[in-house]
Ligand binder design. Structure first.
Ligand code: PEP
Ligand code: MN
Length: 287
């Protein structure tokens, strides 16, 4: 006879009030603390940095500038999930080391993507938050491995995932004992082609209604267009997002990945000033 070992709460088909991610199970908002930076509290936390780590100069110049403007977490991919195998795949381990170095120099905690269970140990050595990207939201072995860690996980919504599938992916992580999960809306595939993705901002109030986990928004991958990032970032804060993750590059025209959607250092600084006003209007803050 085939036996199945289920963790509690018992497995149900679909998301339900009994799920660990559900607000019905835990009414208190989950606060994810990353080296003193609290995600899910009154502050709207800004994550910023390049799409990919390219060099020490690129990462340092970008990091110190976004920090001065108000970013609290540095982003940067070392292992990049690229649509084409012929495009820049990231610096790999060298990229992780640069993240560690620049994190130490600036004091900014770092988030970086892990794409494979075999990378989890190495990436955990350098990352303060491990990112599971859109393409891997359905990678159940990776979700389970992330659940065994005692480090925060930034889980991005699959580009074709429903809210229910997204929450059940998060459930895989909580179910293994790791409750430090941050959800990220990053745009979904629709019939629309004028933007890279359709940023589903209705996901923000819906996720916050259904779950106690913090919710952040990625307006960079959500639109794919630099000029549109500020409008959608402001809209995300107005919709109740607990944070934003924004691609910023010190020389976007030379970026090896996603330059067309990356803000310049100047544009990022201007945007944070506007975001502070929006945050205040919805009783939040950006320090
Ligand atoms: C990223 O944030 O680096 C990324 C690849 O995003 P996504 O997984 O949302 O496409
Ligand atoms: Mn990118």
């Amino acid at each position: 006879m085939e036996t199945h070992i289920f963790k509690s709460p018992p497995v149900k088909i679909g998301f339900s009030d009994a799920s660990m991610v559900s607000r019905a199970t835990k009414s208190d908002q989950t606060l994810v603390n990353v080296k003193g930076v609290e995600i899910g509290g009154p502050e709207v936390v800004i994550f910023a940095g390049p799409c990919a780590v390219e060099s020490q100069e690129q990462l340092y110049e970008t990091a110190r500038s976004v920090k001065a403007d108000g970013a609290k977490i540095l982003r940067g991919g070392a292992f990049k999930p690229r649509t084409s195998p012929y495009k820049f795949q990231g610096l790999g381990e060298e990229g992780l080391k640069l993240l560690g170095l620049i994190s130490m120099k600036t004091g900014l905690p770092v988030v970086t993507e892990v794409m494979d269970t075999r990378q989890v140990e190495k990436v955990s050595e350098f990352a303060d938050i491990l990112q599971i990207g859109s393409r891997n939201m359905h990678n159940y072995p990776l979700l389970k491995e992330a659940g065994l860690l005692r480090k925060p996980i930034l889980l991005k919504r699959g580009m074709m995932a429903t809210i229910e599938e997204f929450l059940l992916a998060a459930e895989y992580i909580l179910n293994q004992g790791n409750e430090q999960v941050i959800l990220c809306e990053r745009g979904i595939r629709t019939f629309e082609t004028s933007t890279r993705n359709t940023l589903d901002l209705s996901a923000v109030p819906m996720l916050k209604h259904l779950s106690h986990l913090p919710v952040i928004v990625d307006p960079s991958h959500g639109t794919g267009l630099r000029w549109m990032v500020p409008a959608m970032a402001k809209a995300a804060v107005a919709a109740g997002a607990d944070g934003l993750i924004i691609e910023v590059h010190y020389k976007p025209e030379e970026a090896l990945c996603d330059g067309q959607q990356s803000l310049t250092l100047f544009e990022f600084g201007q945007l944070v000033k506007d975001l502070r006003k929006v945050a205040r209007a919805v009783d939040r803050e950006i320090s």
